[in-house]
Design a protein around this ligand. Structure first.
Ligand code: UDP
Length: 192
């Protein structure tokens, strides 16, 4: 996709539909893919944290998650076409994953939230294979990463909030050739 630069962050300029289509192709080809859904807070944080800026540069796709990003690009006379949020992308991938019997790993949120999420997923997306779940409050990530490495899911959803989720993905994405995406508070929202 063409990109538009905002304070050093390169946002893809496309629609939700075209983006999801591209992601599903990447997943079918078992490409190692890292998606960042960035809001203005993330852009500002990256602007003052070079390590985090480098992590984001490592992503294959950075999407504009927030109307502030769209407005900013309009002011720069390089308007992005559409807001592409983490939550909408999460829901689109779950629906597609269910249709295609894909597998997914869910990492993040509080222990109760992730258990409630599992119930919702089983009910709403019965054909989606749950490769594993783990809450986002752990001292040692090694067993979790090992789980992902062994189960080789098509999708890895990481909901630890920024910058934790992107830092973890950048560090461990090589263990699984699937799609890795950081989606902030999405587990809390979907679990009800
Ligand atoms: N979270 C987590 N582990 C942590 C810190 C946060 O799993 O060490 C979870 C938290 O329970 C919530 C999500 O990460 O589900 C953060 O959501 P938020 O909307 O704050 O995301 P942000 O806007 O910071 O990306």
């Amino acid at each position: 996709f063409p990109v538009v630069n905002v304070l050093g962050v390169s946002f893809i300029n496309t629609t939700n539909a075209k983006f999801i289509h591209q992601l599903t192709q990447d997943i079918d080809e078992r490409k190692n893919t890292f998606v960042v859904t960035a809001n203005p807070e993330i852009v500002m944080y990256a602007d003052s944290h070079p390590d985090y800026a480098a992590t984001i540069k490592d992503a294959d796709y950075v999407t504009p998650d927030g109307i502030g990003i769209i407005k900013g690009t309009q002011m720069l006379n390089q308007p992005l076409q559409e807001r592409i949020t983490g939550y909408d992308t999460f829901l689109s991938l779950l629906k597609w994953g269910n249709d295609q019997h894909k597998s997914a790993y869910f990492l993040g949120a509080k222990p109760k939230v992730i258990l409630d999420l599992k119930k919702v997923l089983t009910k709403t997306y019965p054909n989606l294979v749950i490769a594993g779940i783990h809450d986002g409050y752990f001292d040692n990530e090694a067993p979790i990463i090992n789980d992902i490495k062994e189960s080789q899911p098509d999708l890895v959803f990481v909901a630890l909030g920024f910058p934790k989720q992107e830092n973890l993905i950048a560090k461990y994405r090589h263990v699984n050739n699937g799609l890795w995406i950081g989606i902030g508070g999405s587990f809390d929202v979907l679990s009800g």
